[in-house]
Design a binder for this molecule. Structure first.
Ligand code: ZN
Length: 400
């Protein structure tokens, strides 16, 4: 059945019609079109049954949670969907953050339920829809060593001896020593370091990507410790269709662009910068995964599961995502469903769709479909109108 996403207007979202979230919702949701405003930041489109923003059945306006409550065989008998599926449109950087693993989440929730509101983990996958910038995981010890040595303000802040450890013992421990030094630095030293780096970057002779990310973060979060985190973390530049997986305790931040995101249902976040919100530094340092990787290692590869279907299968049970990309030369295609149901969003193209043995319905850009577990597959007949063909993403339980 067709559903409507729940729209979140967080301040980091892209404004008005520049937002992919708004572009998709304008085509699918009459009520949204009535209240649409060019000066509102449309940040997230939620697809799922999360209590803070369940999707609505398009035909009746009923909450999807009700449908699931009345007949939980539609999602394979579980109480609620194990994942939340989203489209994100980002202009301002989101906070640098990590999410605890399941065991840590249970412990944090038990000891501080005011801050850590649920006992669940929150692995995430993000697939770029446009050029997309993110920070993800620590750089290798060698790369970190070179950057901290190259920029004198950073050498002064972290300390030459501490930095040398990266060369003596190039492992998680030496990365942790340097990052701990950063996170324990007094605010006035952070401000001084950022000011000195600003004058270096203003000369325009530094690496173009590093300069762009430095300016972007410092513009929206001047003097924030997170601005210095860009020297510690990998800067990942994704092209449409490329993905990163954010496992527990891997530090990350989305900086700009549009993406598809799928995650386990949880709100457990520990922040490390680019935020005015509370930073639980000691919990952060204790939990962080300090493994250093190259940027190339951060890209998450998909597996083909059909002629035009690519599966992103993370190492957690909670969710997987399939990208369906059908060229204009193809007339018909079939999207398989799974035993726990799935949610499909159309990004490009038009198709007549049919659940086997049921009536036809039209799918177009912005359409979102909840496919209950009893449906084995969705048959598509294309009415190709977009030069890019038909593009859709499907979120499902990871029982592959
Ligand atoms: Zn996150």
């Amino acid at each position: 059945m067709e559903i409507l996403g729940n729209i979140k207007t967080y301040d980091w979202g892209s404004l008005g019609s520049q937002s992919k979230v708004a572009q998709l919702a304008l085509k699918n949701d009459e009520n949204f079109a009535k209240e649409f405003n060019e000066s509102t930041p449309y940040a997230e489109l939620w697809m799922g049954d999360h209590v803070s923003g369940p999707s609505l059945i398009k035909a009746t306006g009923e909450s999807i949670s009700k449908i699931i409550e009345n007949d939980n065989s539609s999602i394979g008998g579980t109480k609620s969907l194990p994942f939340l599926f989203k489209v994100l449109s980002i202009t301002k950087p989101l906070s640098i953050q990590v999410h605890p693993n399941k065991e840590q989440a249970e412990r944090l929730h038990a000891s501080r339920p005011d801050v850590y509101k649920d006992p669940n983990h929150k692995p995430e996958i993000s697939i770029a829809l446009t050029d997309f910038l993110a920070l993800c995981g620590f750089r290798t010890p060698t790369e970190l060593y070179n950057l901290l040595k190259k920029y004198q303000p950073l050498t002064d802040l972290i300390g030459g001896d501490t930095i040398d450890e990266l060369q003596k013992q190039p492992n998680n421990e030496s990365i942790k020593m340097c990052y701990t030094k950063l996170m324990h630095s007094p605010q006035e030293e952070i401000v001084k370091c950022i000011a000195e780096l600003s004058s270096i970057f203003k000369e325009g002779k530094e690496d173009a990507t590093l300069t762009k990310v430095f300016d972007h973060c410092n513009h929206y979060f001047p003097n924030d410790i997170g601005v210095l985190s860009i020297f510690f973390l990998n800067i990942v530049q994704m092209k449409p269709g490329q993905a990163i997986f954010l496992a527990a305790n891997v530090p990350h931040a989305y900086l700009s662009g549009d993406c598809i995101e799928c995650m386990a249902c949880s709100d457990n976040v520990i922040r490390a910068g680019l935020t005015p919100k509370f930073k639980d530094v000691e919990t952060l340092l204790e939990m962080l995964d300090f493994t250093g990787n190259t940027v190339e290692e951060k890209f998450f590869q998909s597996i083909p599961v059909g002629p035009y279907s690519e599966l992103f299968k993370p190492p957690v049970k909670d969710f997987a995502v399939i990208q369906v990309k059908v060229p204009n030369s193809v007339q018909n295609y079939c999207i398989e469903n799974r035993s726990n149901g799935s949610i499909i969003i159309v990004l490009k193209g038009n198709a007549s769709a049919a659940f086997k043995g049921r009536e036809l319905f039209e799918l177009k850009e912005g359409s979102i479909v909840f496919v209950p577990a009893c449906i084995k597959s969705v048959g598509l007949t294309f009415n190709h109108s977009d030069q890019d063909g038909f593009i859709a993403y499907q979120a499902l339980y990871n029982d592959f």
